[in-house]
Design a protein around this ligand. Structure first.
Ligand code: SAM
Ligand code: SF4
Length: 339
């Protein structure tokens, strides 16, 4: 039996049905990855952040409007206090069949503690960000991280029966010598992998994007020298283009917002922990859903506001990284909208 009563689905002006919602449940994080944050970040005051009950209500409204996949992200979602309560609530929608999938993107530092519980709530697959398997490099990229903690988390995830996909951001001169070893290791561990291009989002202190940027066309060419890559139709609901690695039998997805425009099939919107809805990762336009959420305990005002925001979903983004532009194309950090 359905736990919620469905409404007519959300369709944007370009006839794309919105079926995927990503929710950044916190802007805080226990790491400071060099491409994502500056070392001295100022985070939102707690008062501005939606309660877990409010986030649950918002997610349920989207599910009534046809969202079938929900991904919780951040900042680091698993550092938010009592976050398992929200997973439990949203997991009920998986069990009732209202939601096809509940997933999470995490840096893995808290997984040893939470993996088994996540699996129980209804999460079946998770994305874990891991850019390097070299402990010293890991500490340098994340500024504060310990690689062993992530390994413990990954072991717990496997033990709990969670399917794991490794997210690796391609960083020129930093981890570009590790693609082969990462592919081999993912093959041994039974993990799929996604390789991501650096996106120009948010001020990152003294680091320069143009120095980090490595086009995935080059990455793919390099990988192809040692591995047999076969294009496949697989679609995980996101923007990645997938290949299968013949030697390992695992998949690799390439996320190339800069070299390939994936907007035409975009089915997603992103909600921040303050209730701001971004209709596109690469544009500044946003809708405030916190006000209508708090205006009334009845969902009709909220649902009208969500419908209105979807009429403003743009056709696509216009990210550019080049030497003439010193400022990011989008001012907010990835940790605000959660990637
Ligand atoms: N903290 C969690 C994690 O690291 O997986 C979830 C949030 S993080 C913002 C989501 C994903 O975005 C991670 O895989 C991270 O590597 C990626 N990311 C962050 N900043 C990025 C950037 N500027 N360009 C490309 N990917 C980025
Ligand atoms: Fe934190 Fe994830 Fe950003 Fe790294 S990529 S600083 S783990 S939010």
């Amino acid at each position: 039996m359905n736990a919620i009563s469905p409404l007519s689905p959300l369709v944007d002006p370009f006839a794309r049905q919105i079926s995927y919602l990503r929710v950044s449940v916190t802007d805080r994080c226990d790491l400071r990855c060099v491409y994502c944050m500056s070392e001295n970040m100022s985070f939102l005051p707690k008062a501005e952040v939606l309660s877990l009950e409010e986030l649950d209500r918002l997610c349920r409204a989207f599910v009534r409007l046809g969202v079938k996949k929900l991904r919780l992200t951040g900042g680091e979602p698993l550092v938010r206090k009592d976050i398992m309560w929200l997973f439990g609530r949203l997991g009920e929608l998986v069990h009732s069949g209202d939601l096809q999938e509940l997933t999470v993107t995490t840096n893995g530092t808290q997984l040893a503690r939470y993996a088994a519980e996540l699996r129980k709530t209804g999460v079946k697959r998770i994305n874990v960000s891991l850019d390097t398997r070299d402990a010293a490099k890991f500490a340098a990229i994340t500024r504060w991280g310990k690689l062993d903690k992530v390994y413990e988390g990954l072991a717990a995830a496997k033990e709990a029966g969670l399917a794991v996909k490794i997210n690796m951001v391609a960083l020129k001169g930093i981890n570009d010598d590790e693609f082969d070893s990462m592919i081999a290791w993912c093959g041994e561990m039974g993990f799929d992998m996604t390789i991501i291009e650096v996106m120009p989002m948010g001020d990152i202190g003294n680091e320069q994007r143009v120095d980090q940027y490595l086009p995935l066309s080059m990455v793919r060419a390099r990988i192809s020298q040692n591995w047999t890559l076969e294009d496949i139709d697989y679609n995980s609901g996101g923007p990645a283009r997938y290949v299968s690695v013949k030697e390992t039998g695992r998949r690799i997805g390439f996320i190339t917002p800069l070299t390939h425009n994936f907007c035409e099939s975009c089915n997603r919107v992103r909600l921040t922990c303050t209730g701001t809805l971004f209709m596109c990762l690469g544009q500044e336009d946003a809708a405030d859903l916190r006000k209508p959420l708090r205006a009334s305990p009845n969902d009709s005002v909220l649902i009208a506001a969500i419908r209105e925001s979807i009429t403003r979903k743009p056709k696509g983004h216009d990210f550019i990284i080049d030497r003439r532009r010193s400022r990011p194309a989008v001012g907010r950090h990835m940790s605000v909208t959660g990637g």
